[in-house]
Design a protein around this ligand. Sequence first.
Ligand code: COA
Length: 223
Amino acid sequence: MKPTMPAELIRDGAQPILVYGAGGHGRVVLDAALRVPGLRVVGVVDDDPKRRGESILGVDVLGGASILSEPRFGACRVVVAIGDAAARAEAVARVEAVGLRFDAVIHPTAFVAREASIGDGAMILPMAVVHTGAEIGRHAIVNTGAIVEHDCWIGEFAHVSPGACLGGGVRVERAAHVGIGACVLPSLRVGAGAMVAAGAAVIADVPPGAVVGGVPARTLKGE
Ligand SMILES: CC(C)(COP(=O)(O)OP(=O)(O)OC[C@H]1O[C@@H](n2cnc3c(N)ncnc32)[C@H](O)[C@@H]1OP(=O)(O)O)[C@@H](O)C(=O)NCCC(=O)NCCS
């Protein structure tokens, strides 16, 4: 790709954006970002040197985090599209270190209620629902077809997996992960860093760091 100055990156009022992460989740987020009229995807960033020069959905992998400080990307915002929460947090820190800001990516088929709030760098994927009063934290993922009911609170770096369903007022704390197709009954709390197994039905609060699964959910690991 030829070098582009920041002023040239902003065309038609669209916000230039870099997608950080060329793995499976990264490609899903890239596909979403390409469909958002207000965004213009400038490139993909990935720290694996072998990926440099690849083209994904017609977008070039430009290089690793070291390119983020190049002046030509000064007007860009970033979405860190790495599925693993710890790796995502590390990448976010690298972006923050060079002073770039983040943008959320909301797939055009997602439903986001007028009184919901979406944090910077969050990813709301196809057919997801975020109902009224819900708050989605920075760099959190509401994955394909997930339902986040009214007044839920999703902490930063948390992940609500495809097809998972959270009843009203559920709290999913920092970096917790609700697995594919799991359900959490209304008003419960999933503690920081906890894991809810795929297909679980959570009927009681989940302690921080615990792994729970089954119907009804029982502890698989942790307290
Ligand atoms: C819960 C989970 C994290 C456990 O993974 P793991 O640490 O590799 O654990 P194992 O596969 O070794 O299983 C450990 C035990 O939990 C049980 N278990 C695993 N997954 C389970 C599930 N979804 N529901 C109920 N029990 C489950 C296993 O049968 C095993 O039981 P045992 O000790 O009696 O034999 C994983 O199975 C899971 O559900 N991950 C969700 C992934 C997901 O939704 N990803 C979203 C990507 S978009």
